[in-house]
Design a protein around this ligand. Structure first.
Ligand SMILES: NC(=O)C1=CN([C@@H]2O[C@H](COP(=O)(O)OP(=O)(O)OC[C@H]3O[C@@H](n4cnc5c(N)ncnc54)[C@H](O)[C@@H]3O)[C@@H](O)[C@H]2O)C=CC1
Ligand SMILES: O=C(O)C(=O)COP(=O)(O)O
Length: 405
């Protein structure tokens, strides 16, 4: 692959200073501008090859389509739900994250919320500051011997499990991808959600936000839980349906909630935050010195490695590029593009092809299958198609071309 040239990067949020320092040490000019409104960002983004964000910058299709020079969106953190990844892919922009830098911090905050829910620590602290000494009101319950349901057994779910096991909690869980035998090795028994809901004293969710996880806890699922179940959401607002949660808190079906994340941040509707049985934080899961240092450093190093043609780590939408960082792949990509260009010029009718078959032979071509197809398509679409194909967007552009025929 031809090296990706990144000369200017905009950091639009508070990212650890190491990020800027590493980029600058490697010859990249960096501008930091926080709290920009959408229109400001749309105007500003035109000047940059790269954008680094956390969760607050909403990188919508409008922003992406205004970003004429943008080649990479770097997420210094895990969730990329604030980035329109489809729009970025169509525009040929790489989206990259640093998924393990804040795992421990998010897991520790989850555990802090579970403990606070069991012992009313925030409410008791507030009451003390108001001059009270109310021992009876804040009677709690031990975590020891209680059942914790963990929905989403990835990086953070796993760390939460091991920490809460040390408090003597029984950990059960559900994940459609992580195999039960793997989670069993870290002491989490997997079962269906139908089996899980009625067993839990506490439930914590650790999934990405996507259609299948929106409203995992809803009126219907709260009704299947034990009365008084306590829930924690340190993942994404909306995985626990906020209106259903409020109804469950009011009826007592839910005995308390620890919320780090909200559908709207900051939440304009304060009903949950103000509820006496809710402990909330302003999205602090990754807000530790250590997590920020890791994520800031990781995203900068990942961008530099990519620019220097060393490797591609953390790309969420451009996996085909990962195998294009060797000298022979550069030659093969050039060859593929040339083959595509020849095909295009040979097409008598000048109409786009409806089908292209690429056959490679020989052991040395085995690892090139993904990018050979894409590079031939780049050559084919490059001429006169009005679009700017690259290895990131060419498959979606080809599909779009086919659909519009
Ligand atoms: N509050 C904060 O500041 C932070 C929040 N997060 C969020 O925490 C969440 C989890 O992060 P990681 O553990 O790093 O992600 P991960 O990708 O390691 O784990 C997510 C797990 O959810 C599972 N999953 C997917 N669909 C599911 C479903 N329908 N039901 C149950 N499980 C399902 C996946 O198979 C995967 O194992 C993400 O939403 C991330 O954005 C991450 C870091 C900090
Ligand atoms: O990494 C994540 O998914 C987070 O939610 C952390 O968000 P933040 O970087 O603190 O805005």
């Amino acid at each position: 692959m031809a090296p990706i040239s990144i000369q200017t990067v905009l950091i639009s949020e508070s990212v650890d200073p190491r990020c800027k320092a590493i980029l600058e040490e490697n010859g990249i000019r960096v501008t930091e501008k926080q709290n920009m409104k959408k229109d400001e960002l749309m105007a500003e983004i035109k000047n940059y090859d790269g954008l680094v964000v956390r969760s607050a910058t909403k990188v919508t299709a409008d922003i992406i389509n205004a970003a004429d020079n943008l080649k990479i969106i770097g997420r210094a953190g895990t969730g990329v739900d604030n980035v329109d990844v489809d729009a970025a892919t169509k525009k040929g922009i790489i989206v990259m994250n640093t998924p393990s830098g804040n795992t421990i911090s998010a897991a520790e905050l989850t555990c802090a919320l579970l403990m606070s829910l069991s012992r009313n620590v925030p409410q008791a602290a507030m009451s003390m500051k108001q001059g009270n000494w109310d021992r009876k009101k804040f009677m709690g319950a031990e975590l020891y011997g209680k059942v914790l349901g963990i929905v989403g057994l990835g990086r953070i779910g796993k760390e939460v499990a091991s920490r809460m096991q040390s408090f003597g909690m029984k950990t059960i869980g559900y994940d459609p991808i992580t195999p039960p035998e793997v989670t069993a090795s870290w002491g989490v028994e997997q079962m269906s959600l139908e089996q899980l809901w009625p067993q839990c004293d506490y439930i914590t969710v650790h999934t990405p936000l996507m259609p299948s996880t929106v409203g995992l806890l809803s009126d219907e699922t709260f009704a299947r839980c034990k009365k008084g179940v306590k829930v924690v959401n340190c993942a994404r607002g909306g995985i626990i349906d906020e209106e259903a949660l409020l109804r469950a808190l009011e009826s007592g079906q839910c005995g308390g909630a620890g919320l780090d994340v909200f559908v709207e941040e900051p939440p304009k509707n304060r009903a949950l935050v103000d509820h006496p049985n809710v402990i909330s934080c302003p999205h602090l899961g990754a807000s530790t010195k250590e997590a920020q240092a890791r994520c800031g450093e990781d995203i900068a190093l990942q961008i530099v490695d990519m620019v220097q043609g060393k490797k591609l780590v953390g790309a969420v939408n451009a996996q085909v590029l990962a195998s294009t960082f060797s000298q022979e792949s550069h030659q093969l990509i050039k060859l593929g593009e040339a083959v595509g260009a020849v095909l295009q010029s040979c097409s008598a009718s000048n109409k786009p092809c409806s089908q292209v078959e690429i056959t490679t032979q020989g052991d040395c071509m085995k690892s090139s299958t993904g990018y050979m197809t894409s590079s031939v398509l780049v050559g084919l679409l490059n001429h006169g198609s009005g679009c700017c194909p690259n290895l990131v967007n060419v498959l979606s552009l080809s599909l779009r071309n086919l659909e519009s025929r």
